[in-house]
Design a protein around this ligand. Structure first.
Ligand SMILES: C[S@@+](CC[C@H](N)C(=O)[O-])C[C@H]1O[C@@H](n2cnc3c(N)ncnc32)[C@H](O)[C@@H]1O
Length: 285
């Protein structure tokens, strides 16, 4: 091979590399992202924020914030504050510019970081448009958030954790309210008419679904109509101490760690009376 041919080969080789290297780099970068950028349509964003009942008191975090449109809408429409995280540097820069243009740069910020390495304990609302596998990886961490935190997702669910609300406006939108932990035994003291009652209750819990049974006046008693939403628990038991004067007891209370406090309505209509109740974890025997 003469000198001319050798040089020609090198130039051809470099030309081929210059075509394929950027494509290979782009592919590598794409593989690194857990989800590609696909923006949520504005009508779906409105539904997500409506479901989450966003207010100016909320701190909204968008996990994989794309071009920033979810948070910018939350700030513009509802006065919320918040932060978006995305791995894509260009999208983060675009989001910051759009927030400034929309006049909400004081309320929302965007950072280039991995959502799996992001602390989202400050959020009162989390918005997501991710993929099923990513949602499943996030699920255990989402479940540990402060009870009452609202999670909204465009299109994808959280496996066997059923949403509290599902709506469909062009796309599926899901809302979950992080439930407090109530499973296990409780000892209730309720200031009901007659003598103070000690009621034992054993609750079972699967995410926000709760049922249970207990002992009232020393006898087996069923727990009916249990509902759990964030830290708010309600259920019904029947006061059958006096068979001629039975009445349903409608318990409503707020869970705060190992204490539940609230009020219980005994009976209905003009026979209704209202009393305080408090439940604690019984001492371990
Ligand atoms: C489907 S888009 C959603 C964008 C925006 N939330 C919306 O609803 O319009 C998903 C975004 O997640 C980002 N992303 C993917 N993997 C990520 C990760 N591990 N950490 C942070 N962002 C990520 C992508 O760059 C992309 O912008």
């Amino acid at each position: 091979m003469n000198k001319y041919m050798f040089l020609k080969r090198i130039i051809c080789g470099l030309a081929v590399l210059s075509v394929f290297l950027p494509a290979a780099q782009a592919q590598q970068q794409q593989q690194y992202f857990d989800v590609p950028f696909v923006p949520t349509p504005y009508v779906v964003i409105e539904e997500m924020l409506r479901l989450a009942k966003v207010t100016p008191q909320d701190y909204v975090m968008d996990l994989g914030s794309g071009d920033g449109r979810v948070l910018i809408t939350a700030a513009k429409r509802y006065g919320a504050r918040g932060m978006g995280v995305d791995l894509d540097e260009d999208l983060v820069a675009q989001s910051l510019a759009s927030a400034a243009e929309a006049g909400v740069a004081e309320r929302v910020t965007f950072q280039q970081q991995d959502l799996f390495k992001t602390d989202f304990s400050r959020a009162t609302v989390i918005t997501m448009y991710l993929l099923p596998g990513v949602m499943m990886r996030l699920q255990p961490r989402l479940l540990e958030l402060k009870p009452g935190t609202r999670l909204v997702s465009h299109d994808f669910s959280l496996g066997d954790w059923k949403p509290d609300v599902t709506t469909q406006i062009r796309k599926n939108t899901f809302l979950w309210i992080v439930p407090a932990k109530v499973a296990g035994p409780w000892l209730i003291k309720a200031a009901l008419p007659g003598e103070q009652q000690d009621i034992e209750v054993e609750l079972r819990q699967r995410y926000q679904e709760v049922d249970g049974h207990g002992k009232f006046g020393g006898r087996h008693a069923q727990v009916w109509e249990s509902r759990l939403s964030g830290d708010q628990l309600s259920f019904v038991m029947v006061d059958d101490r006096d068979r001629d004067n039975e009445a349903a007891l409608y318990f409503e209370g707020r869970i705060n760690g190992d204490v539940i406090e609230g009020r219980v309505r005994r009976g209905t209509g003009n026979a209704r009376t209202v009393h305080a109740w408090r439940a604690v974890r019984p001492p371990v025997k």
